[in-house]
Design a protein around this ligand. Structure first.
Ligand code: ADP
Length: 403
């Protein structure tokens, strides 16, 4: 078996999947949660129907990896005899800055660079570096680790798309620019869509809508990201679960003054108290917003209207940017499941020749399906994302290139 362990580490969590790349099946998956707080493990072995849920002490990522080794190699969650059976480990790394434009084999220098980029992504990159170091300690000697960057796919954007209107020195001295995120997902779903459409990516102009707790839309022209809605951080662009998305920068400084917030407090306010949650007063979950709107809750309805209106505007804007549009795709928890959001976005888009099958849209969830009609000039698809699989595929490819 050709086994790849995929790791997605956060500041207090370590999500993992062990994939058998011979048939791309998931042997085991789970999460070491509450690292640095107390610690909890959830571990699943889908083929055996085994589910383990256990409180464990995780003072740091190292203890979490030690537990992961234990649960993968012993007890009822066991799927391998030893860690030496794992061919490689693929890590999701949030920020690659301008340094990492593609998936990269991890060396000590790469880990140092990832840690240094923590200045741009403090919440994410430092834990990624911690996980890379901790993982190295528990792997069989010589097991390669690979970093797959969330920003890498967007490194093809031209300066006109990624520069801000701040003084140029801020770009030169502090690397202030749009980076874009969710790159792994946008790359996976656009490739899956081109396969489903039976057309090469190089011939397609796609607007990829990844809508989840965090949401972003990317214009993908000929397989390359040419613009995207998230920016210097994942806060920019669309209204999200708890993130505000784009707002006038002067409104930010004004609200800071009114509340007496520090920069950190304002950042927390925009990241954790805004979006669906702050707008609707109902919650951060799209299901709650849709249910409340259906019951006549006005703020929930406005929240939904803002979201669908913003998505519509980006689709129109990106079609203009690419001088054409072949397909729109929806992915992520909301994109794959919410017929209300998809329907709201595609309504009144006849000027672009977009027409969806309402019936199909209303009862399709989480499946790779075309929901546009045969008359529609632009195809509209639901494409389930699978970032772990892409990370595993990339990991194998990079390891074999470097053999
Ligand atoms: P994350 O960005 O954290 O990965 P997900 O992609 O899992 O998030 O998306 C979470 C969002 O998907 C939530 O707003 C949730 O309400 C929404 N969602 C999940 N299932 C459904 C569903 N059946 N109908 C509508 N929305 C859904």
């Amino acid at each position: 078996m050709n086994l790849v362990l995929v790791v997605n580490a956060g500041s207090s969590s370590l999500k993992y999947q062990l994939l058998n790349m011979d048939d791309e099946s998931v042997l085991a998956k789970g999460n070491c949660d509450r690292i640095g707080i107390d610690g909890h493990l959830s571990h699943k072995v889908p083929s055996k129907g085994v589910e383990i849920s256990e409180d464990v002490s995780f003072p740091t990522h190292t203890e979490a990896f030690e537990k992961l080794v234990e649960v993968l190699t012993s007890g009822e969650g066991k799927v391998i005899d030893s860690m030496s059976e794992i061919s490689a480990v693929g890590h999701r790394v949030v920020h690659g800055g301008e340094l990492y434009k593609e998936t990269t084999l991890v060396t000590d220098k790469v880990i140092e660079d990832i840690d240094a980029l923590s200045e741009l992504a403090p919440v994410h990159n430092h834990p990624n570096a911690l996980a890379l170091r901790a993982c190295k300690k528990v792997l069989a000697p010589g097991t390669p680790q690979v970093a797959v960057f969330d920003t890498a796919f967007h490194q093809t954007m031209p300066p006109k798309a990624y520069m801000f209107g701040l003084p140029y020195e801020d770009y030169k001295n502090y690397q202030v620019r749009k980076y874009g995120f969710h790159g792994t997902s946008h790359r996976f779903v656009t490739k899956a869509l081109s396969d489903a459409m039976g057309k090469p990516l190089s011939e397609l102009k796609i607007v990829s809508c990844h809508l989840g707790n965090g949401s972003s839309i990317t214009a993908v022209d000929g397989g390359k990201s040419v613009d995207t809605t998230m920016g210097f951080t994942p806060l920019d662009g669309l209204l999200m679960g708890t993130r505000c998305g784009s707002v006038d920068p002067s409104a930010v400084t004004y609200v800071m003054e009114k509340h007496g917030f520090s920069a950190h407090e304002m950042s927390e306010y925009m990241n954790k108290k805004s979006g669906f949650l702050g707008m609707s007063g109902v919650g951060s979950d799209n299901r709650e917003i849709c249910a409340a709107a259906a019951e006549g809750n006005e703020r929930a309805q406005i929240t939904l209207d803002i979201l669908t209106y913003q998505i519509k505007k980006y689709i129109g804007g990106y079609a203009a940017a690419m001088n054409g549009l072949d397909a729109i795709l929806f992915t992520g928890g909301i994109g794959e499941n919410s017929s209300e959001v998809r329907g709201g976005v595609c309504k009144d888009m006849s000027y672009m020749g977009i027409e969806i099958d309402e019936e199909l849209n209303s009862h399709t969830r989480g499946k790779l399906v075309k929901i546009s009609t045969e008359n529609s000039k632009v195809e509209v698809w639901i494409v389930p994302t699978n970032e772990e699989l892409l990370i595993a595929r990339d990991t194998l490819a990079v390891v074999s290139e470097n053999k």
